[in-house]
Design a protein around this ligand. Structure first.
Ligand code: GLC
Length: 623
């Protein structure tokens, strides 16, 4: 069973794969380089490791060694020591992209960055300075201090931020760098002009990218990014010396053992943001980075049994990382998936296989946006339609395609759905609509343009209308409403952390403030964001930057909430920075792509059995 087999990798290189490789390498985490960064084996087969192995094989299967690889793959010969060295340019002979990747701009990144920010932000800056002067509030000063204290170093370089620095609570895994948690930290640093930590983070997490599943020995789960990683010190021999290693968690230690589907999507989104804000596009063009993007996309775009263009995932595979009844096709994952596809489309370097990959991305984007816009949207009109649905329709022309029984419309929604505005429901499955409002998915649908402009307006209208429910005394509810009683028992497995109006079950998460700010700025409604920031700023510093708040209006600090939670701090700072420089927000968002609608799911048109719904999709845009 534990054999070595050859497979052809997605870039056409023969690769040796051990299905149960972890049996050989388990507990050997990715090591910190001492003399040569590529000297030791990573914890598991990573994307970067794959290139190295493939190259070694193409060189006649000679065993891998750092010196050999750095020569053969063109690891540029600078004498940079330590962690940096691993990230020197990797050029694989025979791959078409390689050529133009060797040339690096002579302009140092900091200068490019400064010039770019200067041009882009000049008007915003003038305006901001006029209104704000140069003073920074005490909360902001404290937040910067906390964020800097949260920085984790690896081999002397910053690589991320810990999830929380709470001296009063049990650490569990809050001392790790979480991929999703680092995004607001990264944005705060980037918007401040501090880019090194983000670059290091992107490249180090790339090195950790998985080659295989780790919970039991199934087929390889190539492309998965870890949920988090930790820098560990391991003793080297008996002389008392220690070596730093990066130890990733793909869910094998996580509570519930869930694979973090969102990590790879966030990684791609952050990679694009880094390029846009710094102007350092060379990073995303590197061959190892391109491989990383492709591995994530392969994982997301591969066929399964599913009929929908949405991603099918298990419960707990995103920010809500434990059982909350979101398995299936949760909105959060779909919105991030859409965003990551839009980002990837911009970043894929043309070359071998890029045409078919881009075609696959475009097809998926148009099908996905049609599906979500059409079937996830809920407003007064749509809820009334569902209320009058006929069921058990069998035909291509069925109106109630997913056989939703009107009795599923929850009591709370009947009064709650406003006359004006609407939102995307949390999940859609056969005979199941999860009508809960999930903030992250809805906000990211606005920023990524998964929502039509009309729907995006509608979502913000609804948030404004339902301010007390969704913002209350602390922005922003992770989802609304909470599930209670028997439904809570069945859905969460009686999870004492997810009791009604706590944690993931209707708790309020201040980190979501940056996503809200971004969406508001994109839609030209920054005043709404400022209102929410004011609400948050009144409490966050005083209450020691909690992870989450409880109760229907978010009045209490969460029952088991960590204090000094980094993404609370970073979310606040990023929101502040974005409102001060609204021009920068456009670098993180997308506009409507009308061409996508032309292509809309109309591979369908070729099938006589299926009706094309392109016009419906289009009509949403112009409504
Ligand atoms: C909780 C959150 C998750 C976050 C982690 C670290 O598990 O649900 O989204 O990444 O804490 O802050």
């Amino acid at each position: 069973m534990i054999g070595v087999m050859n497979v052809i990798g997605s870039m056409g290189l023969a690769v040796a794969v051990r299905p149960c490789c972890r049996l050989f390498t388990a507990h050997i985490p990715s090591r910190c380089p001492r003399r040569y960064c590529l000297r030791s084996l990573p914890h598991r087969r990573s994307a970067a490791g794959w290139i190295r192995t493939a190259v070694a094989q193409s060189m006649g299967g000679a065993p891998f060694s750092a010196g050999r690889v750095s020569d053969s793959v063109g690891l540029s010969s600078g004498t940079v020591r330590g962690a940096e060295k691993a990230f020197e340019r990797i050029v694989v002979p025979g791959l078409t992209e390689a050529k133009h990747l060797v040339v690096e701009s002579a302009v140092p990144l900091k200068e490019k960055m400064a010039a770019k920010v200067e041009v882009k932000g000049v008007e915003d800056k003038e305006q901001a300075e006029e209104t704000k002067g140069n003073d920074v509030s005490e909360s902001e000063k404290e937040a910067w201090r906390l964020l800097k204290n949260a920085v984790v170093s690896y081999c002397g370089s910053p690589v991320g931020t810990v999830a929380a620095n709470d001296p009063f609570s049990e650490l569990l895994n809050y001392d790790q760098v979480f991929i999703r948690d680092f995004v607001p930290s990264a944005l705060a640093f980037l918007l401040k002009g501090e880019t090194e930590i983000v670059r290091n983070f992107l490249l180090h997490t790339l090195q950790l990218q998985s080659w295989e599943k780790t919970v039991d020995c199934y087929s390889p789960g190539q492309g998965l990014m870890p949920a988090s990683f930790k820098v560990r010190n391991i003793p080297m021999g008996s002389n008392g010396e220690f070596e730093e290693v990066l130890d990733p968690d793909f869910g094998e230690s996580a509570i519930g053992r869930v694979a973090p589907v969102d990590s790879g999507l966030w990684w791609i989104i952050l990679l694009r943001a880094y390029g846009k804000i710094t102007g350092d596009y060379a990073l995303q063009q590197r061959i190892d980075v391109q491989t990383g993007i492709r591995l994530i996309l392969n994982l997301c775009l591969s066929d399964g049994f599913d009929m929908f263009p949405t991603l099918l995932v298990t419960d707990g595979s995103c920010m809500i990382d434990r059982r909350m009844g979101i398995h299936g096709h949760p909105l959060e994952i779909q919105a991030l998936f859409y965003g990551a596809l839009r980002c990837s489309r911009e970043m894929i370097v043309s070359g071998d296989g890029s045409k078919s990959l881009l075609r696959a991305i475009n097809n998926r984007l148009s099908a996905l946006s049609f599906h979500i816009r059409e079937y996830y949207w809920a407003d007064m009109k749509k809820v009334n339609e569902i209320y009058r649905y006929k069921t058990e329709e069998y035909s291509q022309d069925a109106i109630n395609k997913f056989n939703i029984y009107p009795e599923q419309i929850p009591h709370w929604l009947v009064d709650w759905i406003p006359e004006k505005g609407g939102y995307f429901i949390g999940n859609l499955q056969p005979a199941h609509m999860d009508f809960r409002f999930f903030s992250l998915g809805n906000l990211w649908a606005i920023s990524s343009s998964l929502a039509t402009p009309w729907q995006a307006e509608g979502i913000l209208d609804l948030i404004e209308d339902k301010w007390n429910d969704l913002v209350g005394t602390m922005p922003l509810k992770i989802c609304y409403p909470a599930i209670e009683d028997e439904e809570w028992q069945i859905t969460t497995g009686s999870d004492p952390k997810n009791t009604p109006w706590s944690y993931h079950n209707g708790g309020s998460w201040p980190t979501l403030l940056w996503q809200f700010t971004l969406a508001c700025i994109k839609m030209g409604r920054p005043e709404l964001a400022r209102k929410a920031i004011t609400v948050a700023e009144k409490r966050l510093s005083m209450e020691k930057w909690p992870e989450y708040y409880d109760a229907p209006t978010g009045r209490f600090i969460g029952k088991q909430s960590r204090l000094y939670q980094t993404w609370t701090v970073a979310g606040f700072l990023t929101s502040k920075l974005l409102t001060e420089n609204p021009g920068m927000a456009s670098m993180l968002t997308f506009d409507e792509d009308l061409e996508l609608l032309e292509g809309c799911a109309c591979s369908l048109i070729k099938s006589p059995r299926t009706k094309c719904s392109r016009n419906v999709a289009k009509s949403h845009v112009f409504l």
